[in-house]
Design a protein around this ligand. Structure first.
Ligand SMILES: *Cc1c(COP(=O)(O)O)cnc(C)c1O
Length: 354
């Protein structure tokens, strides 16, 4: 009975994650996971840590913060670690946005932003994207309560050049701008290089996509120490141990294995470009992507029908039943073999082959 629910629960409108089906032979291209397993060093580190599970993990994640800091030319007190970047984003909404002050995010973007805004009772405006789905930076100037956007954006894959990100920071000197860089390792340039110049910049990244660790749940925020302190205060008022021991040491091993990371992300970029070209040959319009997914539409076939026909043939892609984007499919980049198989099946549906 809803009468027992708090007003907070009553105003929620929870996020619906992509389907996690486990049928054999399924080609799973719907949640932007990495098709490759994590570095073997991750498994070794986790195995070694198992004997320590009777002890609480580090509440401050010092080693991991130092490692991530080093990789970004930042100090450990400019890094916050969370249980997936979704948790980091939720804490950030609590730490930097507030009821009564309207924040802005793009009208087509990660669909968790309105969920958090409703949960924390933060009013929001959805800033329209341009017709070609690019972000119009001017739309974010002078926000009352703060701004948040994904770069590259989801589900479009379009990257906003750093000079435009910087202008958005300059035009919002008194509020926080959160740049969600879940896909930054697949081609874009991170705004992390601007952190020491801009007191209002928070960059959020994750190990879920480019580091093949979606199942481990480690995300992080980069920003000046006063912003990180705010996040720590939220975390420590909520749960001191958000990151378990296995996640801490697995993520650390991943960040230390540069060669594995570089070769796998480069491979995904190559596979993305091959897939984009072949989809174009099949008559699709493919939006230029700097992420590990493609956003594509076909002039002669409804996206929803394509999604359903693909699903019948054991290929899962993401379809959003939402105005503006309901003509598109979002296709995560798998291995070359998975993408060849996917392209063969799509080709047979649209009556062409590549
Ligand atoms: C996947 C994704 C996240 C969440 O990542 P986790 O670290 O797995 O919670 C956040 N933002 C965007 C834009 C994403 O696509």
């Amino acid at each position: 009975m809803r009468k027992f629910w708090s007003s907070m629960v009553n105003r929620t409108d929870p996020y619906v994650p992509g389907e996690q089906l486990n049928q054999p032979g399924l080609i799973k291209l719907n949640t932007n996971e990495n098709p490759y397993p994590p570095s073997p060093k991750v498994a070794e580190a986790i195995k070694d840590e198992m004997g320590n599970l009777m002890r609480y993990p580090s509440p401050t994640a010092d080693l991991l913060r130092e490692e991530i800091g080093k990789l970004n030319d930042l100090t450990a007190d400019q890094v916050f670690i969370g249980n997936g970047s979704d948790e980091v984003l939720a804490f950030s909404f609590m730490a930097f946005f507030e009821p009564g002050k309207t924040i802005r995010f793009p009208d087509v973007t990660y669909s968790f932003y309105p969920v958090y805004a409703k949960l924390f009772d933060i009013p929001y405006e959805e800033t329209p994207l341009n017709k070609d789905f690019t972000i119009s930076p001017e739309g974010f100037y002078g926000s009352e309560g703060g701004v948040i956007f994904a770069n590259p954006n989801a589900p479009t894959g379009i990257y906003l050049e750093l000079q435009h990100v910087e202008k958005i920071l300059q035009e919002n000197p008194d509020v926080v701008a959160i740049v969600d860089e879940a896909y930054i390792d697949f081609g874009g340039e991170s705004a992390a290089s601007l952190i020491n110049e801009y007191a209002n910049l928070l960059v959020v990244q994750t190990t879920s996509k480019s580091r093949s660790l979606a199942g481990l749940r480690v995300g992080y925020a980069l920003g000046q120490a006063h912003l990180i302190e705010a996040l720590v205060r939220i975390k420590d008022s909520f749960n001191s141990y958000t990151i378990d021991r296995l996640a801490l040491c697995g993520a650390l091993a991943s960040f230390r294995d540069h060669a594995d990371f570089t070769s796998k992300t480069m491979q995904i970029v190559r596979t993305r470009e091959m897939t984009a070209q072949k989809l174009t040959d099949l008559g699709f319009q493919v939006i230029p992507s700097q992420a590990n997914f493609l956003f594509a539409s076909h002039p002669d076939y409804e996206a929803k029908q394509l999604y359903l026909q693909l699903k019948q043939r054991n290929v899962l892609v993401r379809y959003f039943d939402k105005r503006q984007v309901d003509g598109y499919l979002r296709i995560s980049i798998g291995t070359d073999e998975e993408m060849e198989e996917f392209l063969g099946i799509v080709g047979s549906i649209v009556g062409k082959s590549v």
